[in-house]
Design a protein around this ligand. Sequence first.
Ligand SMILES: Cc1cc2nc3c(=O)[nH]c(=O)nc-3n(C[C@H](O)[C@H](O)[C@H](O)COP(=O)(O)OP(=O)(O)OC[C@H]3O[C@@H](n4cnc5c(N)ncnc54)[C@H](O)[C@@H]3O)c2cc1C
Ligand SMILES: NC(=O)c1ccc[n+]([C@@H]2O[C@H](COP(=O)([O-])OP(=O)(O)OC[C@H]3O[C@@H](n4cnc5c(N)ncnc54)[C@H](O)[C@@H]3O)[C@@H](O)[C@H]2O)c1
Length: 497
Amino acid sequence: MEHFELVVIGAGPAGYAATMRAMDFKKRTLLIEKNKVGGAGVINGALSSKTWWEISREVRQFNGNLSRYSIQRPEINFKEIQSEVKKATQERQWLLQDHLELLRTSETYKDLLAFRTGSARLLSKHEVEITQDGVTEVVYADNIILATGSRPRILDDIEVDETVIMTSNGIENMDHFPESLVIVGAGVVGCEYATIFSGFGKTKVYLIEKGEHILPFEDNDVVNVIEKNLLKAGVIIHRGAKLVRLEKKDEWVEYELELVDGVREIHHVEKALISVGRVPNIDGLWNENLDIQFNGRGIDNDDSQTGEDNIFAVGDLTQDIALVNVGELEGRHAVEKIFGTPGQLIYENISTIMFLHPEVAGVGMNELRAQARGLNYRVVTLDYSVIPRAMAKRNTEGFIKLLVTDDSEMKVLGMRVVGIHASSAIQAVALLISMDRGIEELAECVHPHPSITEGIQECVRMLLGKSTLKPDAISSKLSCRRFVNGQYENFLFDNGY
Ligand SMILES: Cc1cc2nc3c(=O)[nH]c(=O)nc-3n(C[C@H](O)[C@H](O)[C@H](O)COP(=O)(O)OP(=O)(O)OC[C@H]3O[C@@H](n4cnc5c(N)ncnc54)[C@H](O)[C@@H]3O)c2cc1C
Ligand SMILES: NC(=O)c1ccc[n+]([C@@H]2O[C@H](COP(=O)([O-])OP(=O)(O)OC[C@H]3O[C@@H](n4cnc5c(N)ncnc54)[C@H](O)[C@@H]3O)[C@@H](O)[C@H]2O)c1
């Protein structure tokens, strides 16, 4: 039986990152993938959907500019766009595969790194069985990292064929812009695809959310901006709606809704996307005799470790946040825990971007989460219309919101930026959170001009009572408040100078 110091199952972002970190420790490692290297980080997931989003954003912007000068819009071609998306995912896949291959054949790594295509499962705490085309092989592993990721959750009674009724695994394989599309579930995936398809201007989008509002985990002020733009792009949003049935009829989709007032409606659309969350890929992954616990949301791990001392679980497979950067962080952490001196696995400073219209970037807590934890906090908001860079872009839609602790230290709890360049603006704050620092540093450093980060600096200065624009003068664009014992109150810091 071939012997490895580490076997990693799954070559998505989490497993790939874990394998490469193991190379730094010079450990003999086997990476096993049953499908394509890159996982949902590349195909039917992060990179593919972001390429669709980028192109849709350009089309929306371009069309908007043409309308401004009364110029007719050109036709856009679905297949050309789809082929551009395929090029992006292919580039990334080739990069990851070629990198793997070059390492495997290099002098330094040829005895360390091995790769097998096949489906893997654990026979015991040290034996991994790999099956490919009916051929089975068993290898011995000192340590094992499970990184098998997740797949779309499917609702009972809905028959997904990935052609007419689809999940995120099928939506990108259509061959034309559908005339109409219903999206069930207005979480991140649902809202991103609603933004993408409404942005192209070729598809009537219907968005169904069982909760009271779209993006139920986000603050109302963020949701309001996104919802307003979706509506402006012609999206019909059914909030608090119960999906009674959704089925294929004559190659179209018929669905029935029960609305909040009890009224029932029947709709017909060309295609459906089911985006109601994801489930971890654990089926048959390990034998029952192993102490690996599953809690419904994912593998219940402690600092990436399962109940077995040599078996670890990382990425979407676990109960923690399902993101590429989190999977990579966990994968690297698990390897450091096995072979080195691990740092702390910290989730508080994880940055996220939701690719909507406009983009929404976040780090740390939002108000919903702070309130759910019963925290008192200070919160400052600044509208994009006071930021020179946004004025120059002729796009002042959006705002910055910063949350800090309600004490003299004012440690950063979290931030949301909604608007252009949101994603690049949050990095400095992510760093402050990771360093567990107060906000003074941000107030004093000199930002480039004009930049969106100047808006963040102004937020910080408002909290410190030394902003250039005063919130009590332009309260429609700036606010500085405390949230104490369930109530908001205006807050003006008197620094005495
Ligand atoms: C539509 C969509 C958009 C997204 N957008 C973003 C985004 O913008 N930013 C972001 O950070 N995240 C995004 N995500 C989430 C991100 O894709 C996932 O969090 C990330 O891919 C998880 O990485 P992973 O390695 O844990 O799992 P995966 O990427 O799912 O990879 C797991 C791999 O394991 C393989 N595998 C499974 N079982 C076995 C087995 N038994 N044997 C061998 N191999 C196996 C699979 O084939 C797969 O390649 C998005 C997800 C979706 C669906
Ligand atoms: N930009 C990004 O970072 C990004 C993009 C896409 C996905 N992701 C990751 O992928 C994960 C999965 O995304 P997702 O959107 O599938 O899940 P999600 O949990 O974000 O959203 C699912 C939504 O479906 C709704 N829902 C559930 N059952 C329903 C029903 N029967 N009828 C109507 N609505 C229903 C839920 O209330 C929720 O709003 C995310 O949690 C995120 O971690 C990240």
